[in-house]
Structure formats: C-alpha cells, structure tokens
Ligand binder design. Structure first.
Ligand code: PMP
Length: 403
C-alpha cells in the first residue's frame, strides 16, 4: 500500500477546490504588533486577521508576569494537574476566572478547543439520556465534543429560538438537556439571543453552555463577555472561554458551579491525562485577565478602530457584513478570488488578511475576515481600505453602492 499516495490524493483534492490551507510564517516582534515580519515576502506587513484582538499578547504587564514566572517556576508544569502539575498560578487563575464570571468555580484546559471538547463530551456522555441542542454554526470543538459524547444531538437553526423551542418540546422535561451556543459567532460576527435562550432553558429544564471565546476580554465592564454586558452571567450554566484571543496568551477554561467543574475535572479524560499548562502561561493569562478587568482603554480602542474601518469601507462601497461585534467580514463569495485578493493585498500593499474559505465558511460565502485592534491606527485603516478599493476597481468587483 502506498499510504503517502493516499494522503497526497486527498490533499490534491483540497488544492483543486481551493480549500487547501497555507500557513503564512510570521515573526511577531514584541511591541511592534500589528506589524510583523513575513518570511515569504522578506519584509514587514500589517496583520489584520489576528485573534490577539486587543494586542494583549505583547502587553508589558503580561510579558513581565511571564518572565517573572518563568524565572520562578521553570519551563513546564511537570505533570498533569492530578499528578504534580498543579502550580499556584493555575489555582489563582481559576479563582480569578470564577470571580470574573460570577461563578463558584472554574477549570483550566490547554486550549479553548479542549475546554469545549472535554466539557461537552464529558457532561453529555456521562449524564444518562442527555440530549444536546446545538446551534447550526457552532465551532468544530463543540461539534466534536458532542459527537464524542455519543449523546443524541439536535441541531437548531442558527440563532433561531423558535426552532430551538420546537426541538426542546419534543423531549420529556425530566431528561438532561444542554443548549450549546456561542455569544459572538466567529465568522459572521453576529450575537446570539442569549436571554431568550436562557428563558427557554428555564422553561424546559435545560442547561445552557455558552462559548464566549470571541467575547472574553472585549465586552462587559470587566471584559467577562457578552453575558456580563447584558447582565446575564448568572443565568448561564457554563461559560466557556479562551485565554488565547482577547487575553493574548493560550489556554481555555470553563466557569460554572463547583459540582459541575469538579465533575469535568474528575471524569474528563482530556483534562485528566494531559500535562498542565506551563505555570508561566497561567501567570501571563492571570495578568491579562486582571489587567482587562480594570482597564477599558483597550476595549474602547478596539471599538474605535472597528467603527472607523466600517465607515471607511462604507464610504467606498466595499461590501461587508454589518453586525454588532468587532468582526468585520468583507464578502468575496469565491474561493479563488478570495485567495487572489489576499495575495495581492499582501504582495503589492503589505497587508496580511488570510482568506477564509470552505469548510470554515459555506461555499459561495468566502470572505476576508478583518479584526482591527486598538493598535491599528486610523492611517493604517485608511491605507488598507485604499488598497482594497484599488483591487475592487481593477477587477470591477461589485460595490455596495455607486461610491
Ligand atoms: N470556540 C470558538 C468559537 C472558536 O472560534 C475557537 C478558536 N477559533 C475555539 C473555541 C477554540 O479556542 P482555542 O483557540 O483557545 O483553542
């Protein structure tokens, strides 16, 4: 058997339909974000598609905490959380995250992906007869966790509370149910009807599981996310987040009741059998969470940059999805074109925006997903929009009005 030929033919299939994923090798220099050195090009570019949404990955408080913890604790955790790998930074960070979300307890994971996969997989898999109601646009980590649980799954139409209610009605009240959804959806940038979903959860006796990965650090007075902003944190059974986007480091977590966190800690094999995050990572994340609880300047700076970009795109008629979040998807609608536009933006103009193609988004909705940060100046935004306009004009692409 020629196994490599089998792998290669599958990869060729991806290339043929334009969905093969290329990495851009970037060197992020401390203190210079959103500029980064692009190895392929051999020069600095401006990065517009980072999930280091607030620039916290290079914030002095975070770097200082990580340097100090590295010197204090060494490189790695030295074990799983159960076997010698729990350091005081893990414990402090869990307390901080529980308090941030107004919950009794929190549990750390090595990524946001794992926190979804392990938590949903464990709860839905271990509670007898559990049913999971999952939003149609949920992230792969939730989908895989639910699949792994082997629990019955109902996919409700995206953000559609009527469809959700129809599905909830079909089950007896006394079987366990989880409604799994996100606050800010990463590719559309739209926001779930959290309160209406919590009302349905109360009515039908379901738990609510909210992924706030694209919201923590960025929304609410203390950066606890959309649930905080709307005063709804107490109504959610589980709030899940990442330390790798708004907080700029890496890792994931859930915040929930003490018994729920202990249940996942005790039964979740993806938690139990994996080496803990390095303490310096926990220390960096702790500094980031604490900083963003007291400072709103980064959140306000991000909102300023997002509003400025939207206005600039509207002025020249570049089509983008209007949504209430910080995610600005410029719609292209074709995989090859999306890649070509991204290439030209990079090579001719020094702006890096990774094309978002199938299967990350449905075919025909390919896009350039722009996430401006507080560190993107108005001048940089103007330069980007000028470059987009040149490309739109050269290729005679559709504009949203006759600008
Ligand atoms: N949930 C959502 C909605 C995400 O978009 C992502 C990452 N893109 C994750 C979870 C996983 O988080 P992490 O990157 O920390 O693994």
């Amino acid at each position: 058997m020629n196994y490599d030929a089998m792998f290669q033919s599958a990869l060729d299939g991806l290339r043929a339909d334009g969905s093969y994923r290329y990495f851009a090798e970037l060197e992020r220099h401390s203190g210079q974000f959103p500029k980064a050195y692009h190895y392929g090009l051999g020069r600095d570019v401006t990065v517009w598609c980072s999930n280091d949404y607030l620039g916290m990955g290079q914030h002095p408080d975070v770097l200082k905490a990580m340097h100090a913890a590295l010197d204090e604790t060494g490189a790695g955790a030295g074990g799983t959380r159960n076997i010698s790998g729990t350091n005081h930074y893990h414990v402090e960070l869990e307390k901080e995250l529980a308090s941030l979300h107004g919950k009794e307890s929190a549990l750390l994971f090595n990524s946001g992906y794992l926190s979804n996969w392990v938590t949903l997989g464990t709860i839905a898999g271990r509670l007898r007869d559990c049913v999971v109601l999952s939003d149609a646009l949920n992230h792969a980590s939730m989908i895989e966790g639910i699949r792994h649980s082997r629990a019955e799954k109902q996919i409700f139409r995206h953000n559609d509370v009527e469809d959700l209610e129809e599905r909830l009605k079909a089950f007896p009240r006394d079987i366990p149910k989880i409604i799994a959804f996100e606050s800010v959806y990463s590719m559309e940038g739209d926001i779930a009807p959290i309160e209406a979903i919590c009302d349905l959860a109360d009515k039908y006796g379901a738990m609510t599981y909210l992924d706030e990965v694209h919201a923590v650090g960025m929304y609410g007075d203390q950066g606890a996310g959309i649930a905080e902003k709307l005063g709804l944190s107490h109504r959610l059974t589980v709030i899940e987040g990442t330390l790798g986007k708004g907080y700029g480091v890496v890792g994931g977590y859930i915040a929930a009741s003490a018994p729920l966190c202990d249940f996942v800690r005790s039964f979740g094999s993806g938690f139990i059998f994996s080496t803990a995050l390095p303490p310096m990572v926990a220390a960096g994340a702790l500094a980031s969470v604490r900083y963003l609880r007291r400072s709103s300047a980064e959140r306000e700076g991000q909102q300023r940059a997002v509003a400025y970009l939207r206005d600039a795109l509207d002025r020249v008629g570049i089509p983008h999805i209007l949504n209430p979040s910080h995610i600005v998807p410029v719609m292209v609608g074709d995989a090859e074109l999306c890649r070509a536009l991204s290439d030209e933006l990079l090579k001719r103009f020094g702006h890096y925006i990774q094309p978002i193609n199938y299967p990350t988004v449905p075919r025909g909705t390919e896009r350039l997903r722009i996430t401006p940060t507080p560190l993107h100046s108005n001048e940089a935004i103007d330069e980007l929009v000028d470059a987009l306009l040149v490309l739109w004009q050269e290729r005679q692409l559709k504009r949203s009005h006759a600008a």
